[in-house]
Design a binder for this molecule. Sequence first.
Ligand SMILES: Nc1ncnc2c1ncn2[C@@H]1O[C@H](COP(=O)(O)OP(=O)(O)O)[C@@H](O)[C@H]1O
Ligand SMILES: [Mg+2]
Length: 241
Amino acid sequence: MLVVDGLEVRYGDARAIRDVSIEVPDHAITSILGSNGAGKSTLLRAIAGHLSSSGGRIVFDGEDITGLPPYLIAERGIAVVPEGRRMFSHLTVEENLLVGASARRSQSGKRKRLGEMYDLFPRLSERKQQQAGTLSGGEQQMVAIARAMMLNPKLVLFDEPSLGLAPIVTDLVFETISTLGQEGLTMLLVEQNASLALATASRGYVLEQGRVVVEGDAATLQASPAVREAYLGMGIEGEAG
Ligand SMILES: Nc1ncnc2c1ncn2[C@@H]1O[C@H](COP(=O)(O)OP(=O)(O)O)[C@@H](O)[C@H]1O
Ligand SMILES: [Mg+2]
């Protein structure tokens, strides 16, 4: 389980995350909702060790990981699927996946894991020698997920996996996330698309200007008038019938 306790993260004098406390229980999907600029990516980057915090603690499986460098956090079993996917576009699909594997793993271990990823994503298996930059957005998201899974992680942090994808492709990506969830993977899912996130996650938090303003199980969030109005656009959908 990941526990974030009273976290504060600053960019210079500006506090992007203020006194944020969240729990990410094992074998479940937890989501972080919030509009653009709420601090969602900042929170994920702090958990992954890419940003240092100016207050609070991050504890993973009972160990205080606050301030550890990213490679040590990855070694603890926390993998990231970053916003915008961040491929090495001139490398092949397979080379991108191998970048995700831990340097400590043996060659045969990496090959074995690669095979498991191709079983999970047959489409990537067909395209393993293709340059990642020439893939569609949905295929690139699959590469980003498979690359994170190469670590054999205990916890995967997703930053806006639906961003820039067509609805039908988004559905496919979320089906994959749901499948991984059913297999028991622990995930923290950041999404602006709240209805999608709440359909996928069991619990969630809403961030506003760097603070948690609502938390609860997915059904509670979905039913909350504040969430419906502010994040699910229910008024508009209601009018459309
Ligand atoms: N590198 C940065 N330098 C300064 N301010 C930043 C930086 N990245 C993000 N911010 C600011 O921090 C706040 C939270 O941003 P971010 O975490 O990216 O939000 P979200 O992911 O929810 O859209 C915003 O006000 C944003 O402008
Ligand atoms: Mg973001």
